[in-house]
Write a protein that binds this ligand. Sequence first.
Ligand SMILES: [Zn+2]
Length: 369
Amino acid sequence: MEVNPPASRAPALPTSGVAPRSLGAELRALAAWSAPLPACALVAATLPTAWIEAYARTIYPHVGWALAGLAGAAPASATELALVACVAGAAWWVGSAARAPGVPRRERGFRTARRIVLLLGLLYAWFLNWGILYHRASAAARWGLDVAGVDDGALRRLATRAVTIANRDGPRFAEAPPESLEAERARIAPLVAELIAARDGARPFIGAPARVPCVAPAIDALGIDGITSPFFREVLMNGALAPPHRACVLAHELAHIAGYAREGEASLVGVLACWTSPDARDRYSAALFLLDDLAEIPLDDGRPARAHLGPDARRDLDAELARNRARRGSLARAMRAANDRYLRAAGDTRGVASYGDAVRLVAAALGED
Ligand SMILES: [Zn+2]
């Protein structure tokens, strides 16, 4: 007669129906799931410069066209909508692994960790379609600019030209009617595209939408004037930015869209596009951008550039300088530190210091004229 063993002596199976893996097997699986992260970083860091340049001129604009098409079709900022959807989806997926009923605690922990590293790897791989551009040869090298040759005299001449433009075009700006962000984008985008086509010999993709996002008050508090979304080709502007400064910030962001990842180089393109614009509003914006940094440079008579400004330009410059001073709180400092880490991790070894490269780059470019 066959006797079944008592239920209490039957071997226990995990409720998930899967035999638990050894610690070594769990760690190997975790390593495999996290492989995309270092693999992508290795590829980005070791690709030959010529390949990255070829990517910037061929694949990158087409990816940009597709992503900007998606962003443009969205009823609001695609970046904000995608962020909310992705964070919610990722939280649900990771959370479902952490809470899986009947799964032993250790396995739940490893399953959760595997999902987190996979998501980070996918995020980084997608980011690289933009981030790889930080590894391009510098614009100074591609354009043949002698930045080391920019001395105090070159900066004084640049400040003098900026003062002349600001005094001439400031009153015209004050009289001009207000302009929508879209109208401004449509006017400036061709200027940026033509400048890059002339310098690089290839016309970039630049048709990204520009929007003021819902989080604009937050980005203002963080000391940010504009953002180019690395995940969609979309420009997000700080709605609190004073109108005279908007053209240059917009042109800077459009330069990012066009493949100029480094901050100083995006400003080089943005300032030059506005400086050479037939529209007085753009020229005025470029002059104010430069005077932000050059206001205290002594001109030929020994007085600082700021002292040579007419009432319109001095009012607009002082308002911007005061706004910048007011945004130096702990929140803005933390954002600056985070941005510095982000830029260095992405491949811009100068970090936030690269923002300050713009004036010397512009002086080198305009010194050719
Ligand atoms: Zn930027």
